[in-house]
Write a protein that binds this ligand. Structure first.
Ligand code: NAD
Ligand code: LMR
Length: 338
């Protein structure tokens, strides 16, 4: 082969692999819901998404028909729960987001959703393990502290568990924290990078203001409480009509975008997420949310929580106690309801 032909071949291969890598199928399970619809719309507006698959037990094709008229390049297809619908929606997916499940009503905790959502997430995880075992799985359905361990157990039982590809979506907690701080300090929320660690419910949500540019805020108990119970604020205001959907859609779309940016080769992409984490395994806590550096294989590096002050140390301790129970609940659910 001539040197020129060999070089042409190499250039062609590079061009092919770059474009193949940039093709991204994203699947939303629960796409016709309060979160699913705006999330799917935001994904349709994302040029990194080339194929959008929208599945729901009812209404997937309708939402897909509507969103497919938005004039961006990606293809959109809706799927119903026909015998092959879910498998087709999942086949070839790079990212799967799961907002399927019931939301809270006033007076409920996220754990009160467990009885309904645990089996929904378990069954969807089975389908993902079967049809898209290598996809990045982004769990939105609550209680996240338990639904993520449920997915891990389902994958383990099928021999396809890759802890680097499983994420509990906690982005909304940092979105809220930055917004609430900016309201107090009169700053632009985009400049307020607040670390939030732990899990995604009540006291398991631990904002670390001592690490921000306003360390004084760690003593602001009202602000800490607002970040921990921001979800309740929305549940109360919606008065029985559900929980956060629009801000969650934004947060879910941001997390998906970050996963895709890293998958497509961008370095230094960091998001918080609830993942299989070494940080507190010595205390029997296998999952923990902290800052995660993302890479082409999913989780690239799990950041430690860093220095915390005395107020925050107490919050971390309360978090760990609850988190342990939430995780164990998910694990034992799958053990007794495989
Ligand atoms: P919703 O009731 O409006 O929508 C849920 C959708 O899931 C519905 O369209 C329903 O048909 C669908 N669904 C139910 N079972 C399904 C199944 N087996 N397969 C596919 N689809 C199924 O609820 P929502 O407001 O969109 O909230 C969804 C979930 O997200 C809730 O559990 C809520 O608590 C959670 N949530 C999480 C966060 C977070 O930060 N992680 C934020 C907000 C809400
Ligand atoms: C949120 O944080 O808004 C969600 O987890 C929904 C809820 O139940 O509060």
């Amino acid at each position: 082969m001539s040197a020129a032909r060999a070089m042409f071949g190499a250039v062609q291969r590079r061009a092919f692999s770059a474009s193949a890598r940039d093709l991204s199928k994203v699947t939303v399970l629960g796409a016709a819901g309060g979160i699913g619809q705006p999330l799917s719309l935001l994904l349709k507006l994302n040029p990194r998404v080339t194929e959008l698959a929208l599945y729901d037990i009812r209404g997937g094709p309708g939402v897909a028909a509507d969103i497919s008229h938005v004039n961006t390049k990606s293809t959109v297809k809706g799927y119903d729960p026909t015998p092959t619908g879910l498998a087709q929606a999942l086949k070839g997916a790079d990212v799967v987001l799961i907002p399927a499940g019931v939301p809270r009503k006033p007076g409920m905790t996220r754990d009160d959703l467990f009885n309904t959502n645990a089996s929904i997430v378990r069954d969807l995880a089975k389908a993902c393990a079967e049809s898209a075992p290598d996809a990045n799985l982004l769990i939105i359905a609550n209680p996240v502290n338990s639904t993520v361990p449920i997915c891990a157990e389902v994958y383990k039982a099928r021999g396809v568990y890759n802890p680097k590809r499983l994420f509990g979506v906690t982005t909304l907690d940092v979105v809220r924290a930055s917004r609430f701080v900016s309201e107090i300090k009169g700053t632009d929320p985009k400049d307020e990078k607040i670390t939030v660690v732990g899990g995604h419910s009540g006291v398991t949500i631990v904002p670390l203001f001592s690490q921000s540019s306003h360390p004084d805020l760690s003593a602001n108990a009202d602000l800490v409480n607002r970040v921990q119970f921001g979800g309740d604020e929305v549940v109360k205001a919606k008065d029985g009509a559900g929980s956060a959907t629009l801000s969650m859609a934004m947060a879910g779309a941001r997390m998906a975008e970050s996963v895709l940016r890293a998958a497509q080769g961008e370095k230094g992409v960091v998001e918080p997420a609830f993942v299989d984490s070494p940080l507190y395994k010595d205390q029997g806590i296998d999952f923990f949310a902290s800052k995660i550096e993302l890479g082409p294989n999913g989780v690239e590096k799990i950041h430690p929580i860093g220095e915390v002050d005395a107020n925050e140390q107490k919050l971390v301790e309360a978090c760990l106690a609850d988190l342990k129970k939430n995780i164990e609940k998910g694990v034992s659910f799958v053990a007794s309801n495989p």
